[in-house]
Ligand binder design. Sequence first.
Ligand SMILES: [Zn+2]
Length: 197
Amino acid sequence: MASQEIEALSSALARLPGLGPRSARRAVLHLVKKRETALPALLDALLSVQDTLVECRICGNVDTRDPCGICADPKRDARSICVVEDVADLWALDRAKLFSGTYHVLGGRLSALDGVRPEDLAIPSLLTRVEAGVDEVVLAMNATLEGQTTAHYLAERLEDFPVRITQLAHGLPVGGELDYLDEGTLAQALRARRPLQ
Ligand SMILES: [Zn+2]
């Protein structure tokens, strides 16, 4: 039976996505064994983001500054916007290092089942950005039914703007969540992006 403090740490870790009680206990044991090295490194990393994490007011990315590093980077092409469902998708695509434009995080996908409506997503801010002058919008939704419904809804909303609308190439596994794809697959989907039908 572990102490109350260790139980508290385990259950806090177990609530993180991707970790369950079993992985959380293994992580705690690792921290206990490496308390001279791993524990201080983790504490430092957590403390340094605690007060500095912000949401970028332009694209919705999470960073330690606002505008985020991507929006503030003069080498990025602000006239090209890649629209993603979540910050995890943005990070996954940016790890692939193939897209030199900027991003826009919707904050979810349309879902009748979960009651997510257009007004629940960051669509007005996207339209404002497109209205200000954009050449291309890449719809990089997940290859799920809800992701594709969202892409088609956005394509309709963008119809009246003089902007090229493309979407990630098929070849993405159906039901595939971008965050779980390897960088080569993502890069390929981005490189072969095509006009939305
Ligand atoms: Zn940003």
